[in-house]
Ligand binder design. Structure first.
Ligand SMILES: Nc1ncnc2c1ncn2[C@@H]1O[C@H](COP(=O)(O)OP(=O)(O)O)[C@@H](O)[C@H]1O
Ligand SMILES: [Mg+2]
Length: 356
């Protein structure tokens, strides 16, 4: 078999631009050079796509990152045909959107790639957009009988909204944008005075904010891989050293969180986490991969679903590749598998009839 050309999309308009550049640097380093050719497209903060002549690495305090180098001509996507730069076709067999957050992980780029008729890694349009919306995801999980933390959604910080929240929950609370990631816009609220500013902060990032009680819990994560027959790997645990697993703990402070792989859990709880991870993945129509995050409430030992990430962090020290590795699937082999799954799903979709 000849080389497969993988197009890596990185950067993007979301608050997670830098994280994406770091994840992409690791993907570039780990793609097997005997199997793949790489094409890199860097997306700047305004959303323009730039074909990269080469991978330009920069070393940040927290490891390697890819730079988005501006090109004269922007990349365009042509319906049913593919990607172009300066009116020339870009050869692509499969796209790997290594993008986090809005306009990357939320179904928008996935829709563009569907229309361009290109196979891509990660969930499809519906799975991506549902998983990005914490409210819709939790509503669906609840409806499927899966355990979630109680929540209320608000669209403004008016006195009415505040009164509703106070009726529902005591303090501390968590206030988060419904669609965001990397803990951007999230506040742990300890008193009534802090509530309105926290809602205003979350609403800077989305039209809706989700409010829920703070759970005193261990944070457990589980990697899911596959299409129709998805499997879940041994769960890992995050031990944040900050008040919660905030942006600093995730990406700024090298000592912000310890990862425990595999998580130290009794066998029955490990099994239950894996079962719930696959059920949560299927409930929101995910495919290819996702990292499912849980709370294990300390006082009750209850496992609660928190969220699902369809394009989890992919740096060398990120949980998703680490959890796969801990279960025997090394990073380069994980990439092989993701590319196979992307091509398989595209093949299946292409064989469907869209008219009589
Ligand atoms: N209800 C909650 N109880 C306790 N901690 C929470 C709660 N919601 C969020 N957190 C903390 O905030 C972090 C980020 O929240 P999360 O819902 O995972 O959003 P993001 O998509 O930004 O990662 C979690 O990893 C956890 O540390
Ligand atoms: Mg999270």
């Amino acid at each position: 078999m000849g080389f497969i050309t993988v197009c890596i999309l990185f950067g993007g308009r979301s608050g997670e631009h830098e994280v994406s550049c770091r994840s992409a640097a690791s993907v570039v380093r780990n793609l097997d050079p005997d199997r793949y050719q790489q094409v890199l497209i860097g997306i700047d903060r305004e959303g323009r796509w730039h074909l990269q002549q080469e991978a330009r690495f920069q070393t940040a305090s927290y490891g390697e990152s890819l730079e988005v180098v501006p090109a004269v001509d922007n990349v365009t996507a042509v319906p049913a045909v593919g990607l172009f730069a300066a009116s020339r076709p870009i050869p692509v067999d499969v796209v790997f959107p290594v993008l986090h957050g809005t306009f990357g992980e939320d179904g928008t780029v996935q829709g563009l790639l569907e229309i361009a008729n290109l196979p891509y890694v990660g969930a499809g349009v519906l799975g991506s957009s549902l998983a990005m919306d914490k409210q819709k995801t939790k509503e669906i999980w609840k409806q499927c009988g899966l355990p979630v933390v109680d929540f209320v959604t608000v669209r403004d910080g008016s006195a009415g909204s505040i009164a509703t929240l106070l009726k529902h929950f005591g303090f501390p609370l968590f206030v988060k944008p419904v669609t965001a990631g990397s803990s951007v816009g999230i506040t742990k609220v300890h008193s009534e005075e802090q509530l309105r500013p926290a809602i205003a902060e979350a609403l800077r990032f989305d039209a809706k904010a989700i409010v829920e009680p703070a759970i005193d819990a261990r944070e457990i994560e589980c990697a899911v891989l596959g299409n129709e027959t998805a499997e879940a790997f041994a769960p890992g645990e995050i031990l944040p050293s900050h008040e919660f697993y905030n942006y600093e703990a995730k990406y700024v402070d090298p000592e912000g969180a310890a990862l425990k792989l595999p998580a130290d859990l009794p066998e029955n709880l490990k099994r239950e986490v894996r079962r719930l991870a696959v059920a949560a993945f299927k409930a929101v129509e995910c495919s290819c991969m996702a990292r499912v995050d849980f709370f294990l409430e300390r006082r009750s030992n209850r496992i609660l679903l928190n969220e699902i990430n369809t394009i989890p962090g992919f740096t060398n020290i990120s949980m998703y590749p680490k959890m796969c590795e801990a279960s025997g699937l090394a990073y380069p082999r994980l990439l092989d598998r993701l590319i196979e799954l992307a091509i398989e799903r595209h093949g299946r979709r292409s064989s469907l009839h869209y008219n009589l």
